[in-house]
Design a protein around this ligand. Structure first.
Ligand SMILES: Nc1ncnc2c1ncn2[C@@H]1O[C@H](COP(=O)(O)OP(=O)(O)O)[C@@H](O)[C@H]1O
Ligand SMILES: [Mg+2]
Length: 252
């Protein structure tokens, strides 16, 4: 991966302006965003990562934001840039939710935020789907169990804190596995909805299509009805004991 550090004031130029104001922005909007970045103390952006937009590499892209690797002082951070066509007018709501998740010990650490940006801990790793697909050889099952246990424990923390992540039925894109195992993207989360993190994630990992098929190849998971019944009990009780039962049935 090529390292190309670009000082913030150079983002006014193409093709970089196209990332800062993706998919479309006026010169004035770009100039204002550059000031906003300077106020956040961002010194520059490192255009590298697994995804490309035009000719530029980024860490990732979603419906609400583009995430790039950036520098604040000597520290590498992840910078989420609000897409100009995002349904959200500001990053305020996502900031509130990420802060709440952090308080529960979950998610990348929130460092700063502003109208159009979230500055957070950079997670160096692979998306859980890719990580599992690349798992091979001896010890795979126990490595996988460690990762799943961390994911479900984070889900339990969110459930207990009353935060519903909202996109865990599609968990493949929302967990990054590297030195740490962390859930990302609280853009669709809610403090009002009924929480379903543990149940959604367990279903996605063990019952749904996609991820579940790969997991089943690595270790023999219990029969579906058994998983469903222990989840049903957890849903009713939502206690540590009922969560521990879920882990026990899943053999993690
Ligand atoms: N803290 C982070 N560290 C590293 N990569 C990240 C981080 N946050 C997001 N990403 C990458 O950026 C992508 C888009 O981020 P996401 O928060 O899902 O945006 P959206 O709200 O638009 O869906 C993610 O799928 C992931 O690949
Ligand atoms: Mg997303």
């Amino acid at each position: 991966m090529k390292q190309s550090f670009l000082p913030v004031d150079r983002l006014i130029q193409e093709p970089y302006s196209g990332i800062l104001g993706y998919p479309k922005a006026t010169k004035k909007q770009i100039a204002l965003r550059i000031v906003e970045l300077q106020e956040l103390g961002i010194s520059g952006v490192l255009f590298e990562g697994p995804m490309t937009i035009g000719t530029v590499n980024v860490l990732g892209k979603g419906y609400a934001g583009i995430v790039v690797l950036a520098k604040k002082g000597t520290k590498k951070i992840a910078l989420k840039i609000r897409r100009t066509d995002s349904p959200r007018k500001t990053m305020e709501q996502e900031t509130i939710l990420l802060r709440a998740a952090n308080k529960a010990g979950v998610g990348p650490i929130l460092l700063h935020s502003s109208k159009n940006f979230i500055v957070m801990e950079y997670l160096d790793g692979k998306k859980i789907f890719d990580w599992i697909s690349d798992l091979r050889g001896k010890g795979s099952a126990s490595k996988l169990k460690v990762v799943i246990k961390k994911v479900l424990s984070d889900c339990y923390r969110l459930d207990t804190a009353g935060i519903d992540h909202g996109e865990l039925s599609n968990i493949t894109k929302h967990v990054i596995v590297g030195k740490s195992v962390k859930m990302i993207d609280f853009e669709s989360s809610s403090l009002e909805r009924r929480v379903s993190n543990v149940t959604s994630a367990t279903q996605a990992i063990f019952i749904g299509s996609g991820l579940a098929k790969t997991v089943q190849k690595i270790y023999s998971v219990p029969p579906r009805p058994k998983i469903i019944s222990v989840l049903r009990e957890y849903k009713k009780q939502r206690t540590q004991q009922s969560f521990d039962n879920v882990l026990e049935i899943l053999k993690i």
